[in-house]
Design a protein around this ligand. Structure first.
Ligand SMILES: Cc1cc2nc3c(=O)[nH]c(=O)nc-3n(C[C@H](O)[C@H](O)[C@H](O)COP(=O)(O)O)c2cc1C
Length: 159
């Protein structure tokens, strides 16, 4: 797909980590997320099928969206290119992390915010599984977020 037809290229998005856990397995990957409603706390993520992240969400029916902090550029590239099936990314990249409140999914230090979600609905589109999540627990960690636009990372500046 050319960049002109690729909404992922044009639409600025918060860089997020999708953190997951089920039984003795855990994983984290870089992604983007989009809110779908304001009154109802719903958001949607798109996850490549048959990756460990997709399997752990399907099994646990939960995922945690972690809004990457402004200093998370390196981590975003690390967990956005390694496969959880190959190795535990938390060990491999020595990620300091702790769980939130209602899930075993881990939240890396330095995050801007996090939202624990329960899967509300799911739909497959061309090799990707879309998960709509209902936010059930959340916290603002007080750090500025990292933004993704036209294949580059940005920080926010107040206008
Ligand atoms: C900035 C960025 C955004 C990404 N967004 C997504 C996404 O929305 N969905 C997706 O499936 N993969 C996305 N990826 C790629 C995954 O993070 C990558 O395939 C990862 O290795 C999957 O991890 P897993 O195999 O442990 O599940 C993105 C990568 C980067 C660097």
């Amino acid at each position: 797909m050319s960049n002109e037809n690729n909404v992922f290229y044009w639409l600025p998005c918060s860089v997020v980590f999708v953190s997951t856990a089920h039984e003795d397995k855990k994983d984290i990957m870089t992604a983007t997320a989009m809110f779908v409603s304001e009154k109802e706390p719903l958001l949607v993520i798109s996850v490549a099928k048959d990756h460990l992240t997709e399997k752990l969400i399907a099994q646990s029916r939960k995922f945690t969206v972690v809004i990457a902090g402004a200093d998370h550029e390196k981590l975003a590239m690390q967990v956005g290119s390694a496969k959880g099936e190959d190795s535990d990314k938390f060990e491999r990249f020595a990620i300091k992390a702790a769980p939130g409140t209602g899930s075993a999914a881990l939240i890396p230090e330095g995050a801007a915010a996090w939202m624990e979600c329960e899967v509300e609905s799911s739909k497959e589109i061309q090799g990707y599984q879309l998960f709509m999540g209902r936010v059930v627990n959340q916290d603002d960690c007080g750090k500025p977020p990292l933004v993704w636009h036209k294949d580059k990372f940005f920080n926010l500046n107040k206008v």
